[in-house]
Design a protein around this ligand. Structure first.
Ligand code: CP3
Length: 348
């Protein structure tokens, strides 16, 4: 269990637990990454992305890099959603400029809890290292991919193609697909629990590809497993805030998550209508988001206008400023500095 006491005021955790506070917390999805020269240096010394993920001191170092540069309210542990298929025995590699490549699934994976958690021990060690080094007012986020998004990569073998094989497998072999989703659901509960035991103070579940499913499929293969995971975590860790990121789903599905889950926050992609979200969702959950990553890359007056619009739409309730999806590698770090200053100025 974490040895840290919770006596310090952490705006990020405060907003997740109790709603609107004094300061609008701010962090950015993929805040540690290739847009930072110090990340590129550490990565090239390490030799590969997976070495960064599996050497706790390196993972802790890159987790902390963006916090040294920018006044952010949360750190997200440096890892990847694809460490879960790896710990289930599927070979995963990351090629420069290609994204992840996974070996074809030859059979349905099974979870052996001890061996799974042993393989991911370096991730949990990195969480404890960061937890010990983090500033008193900064929150620490653990994360996992949602079952559907993990299944997409595991079946397709790669990203970027719209996942036709995963959709086909789901539609033609529903029984086998159900087994895969159930297995991943158990893995995610275990993986997040271990991160919480190691010191994560909130967790985020990325369902980046939820929007590639048809309407009723979303309910079955994205929402239902997310509800199961949040309920299980709530029973194990009653006060631990869970953030859900179901990317590109309809308003109806967002409402259904808010009504049926005990998530503390929803992370909104940049396509969501904020005026609607403020009215329909924000009375019930904190909202995180939702600046378009390319506005941050572009910078300038348009970025300022967008930031102001988001802040004013969501200022009536609990809001954590973030992007609508991960930061792009072309983003100049100075634009992040400008963004942070703008958000801070609004708060004061
Ligand atoms: O947010 C953070 O700073 C923490 C680290 C983090 C990474 N991946 C590091 C990473 C997080 C939270 C993720 C989540 C992740 N990984 C998701 C969900 C969020 C999303 O973006 O939709 C997904 C789908 C993945 C799978 C994945 N990993 C892809 C598709 C890629 C290639 C894309 C790319 O940007 O190259 C990765 C590699 C990856 N994960 C990198 C980083 C920093 C780039 C690796 C490198 O070359 O250094």
């Amino acid at each position: 269990m974490s040895v840290k006491t919770e006596s310090r005021y952490k705006p990020f955790i405060e907003t997740l637990r109790h709603g609107r506070g004094g300061r609008i917390p701010l962090w950015l999805m993929r805040q540690a990454g290739r847009y930072l020269p110090e990340y590129r240096a550490t990565r090239s010394q390490a030799g590969s992305f997976l070495t960064l993920c599996f050497q706790p001191s390196l993972a802790a170092e890159v987790t902390l890099q963006p916090l040294r540069r920018f006044d952010l309210d949360a750190a997200i542990i440096f890892s990847d959603i694809l460490v879960v298929p790896m710990a289930l025995g599927q070979d995963v590699s990351f090629q420069e400029g290609e994204g992840p490549i996974l070996e074809p699934l030859s059979s349905l994976p099974r979870l052996y809890e001890e061996s799974f958690a042993r393989q991911l021990e370096p991730v949990y060690e990195a969480v404890s290292l960061v937890s010990a080094k983090l500033g008193d007012s900064t929150g620490l986020i653990g994360f996992a991919g949602a079952p559907w998004t993990l299944a997409c990569y595991m079946i397709e073998g790669r990203g970027g193609t719209g996942f036709p094989r995963a959709l086909d497998f789901m539609r033609r072999q529903p029984t086998a697909f159900r087994q895969l989703i159930d297995c991943l659901t158990d893995c995610i509960v275990l993986h997040l629990s271990r991160q919480i035991d190691a010191g994560a103070e909130a967790v985020q579940i990325f369902d980046s590809w939820a929007g590639s499913l048809e309407d009723q499929e979303i309910t079955k293969w994205s929402i239902a497993p997310l509800l199961h995971i949040t309920r299980e975590l709530a029973s194990r860790y009653p006060n631990l805030p869970v953030i859900l990121f179901p990317r590109n789903v309809s308003q109806e599905h967002l409402l259904s998550l808010v009504e049926n889950s005990c998530a503390a926050a929803l992370s909104l992609d940049q396509n969501q209508d904020l005026e609607w979200a403020a009215r329909a969702l924000q009375p019930h959950v904190a909202l995180q988001g939702n600046l378009a990553p390319d506005s941050l890359t572009q910078g300038g007056p348009e970025l300022e206008r967008e930031v102001d619009r988001i802040l004013s739409c969501l200022s009536g309730g609990a809001h954590i400023f973030n992007l609508g999806h991960g930061i792009l590698k072309e983003t100049p770090p100075e634009h992040v500095t400008a963004l942070v200053e703008r958000v801070r100025r609004f708060t004061s």
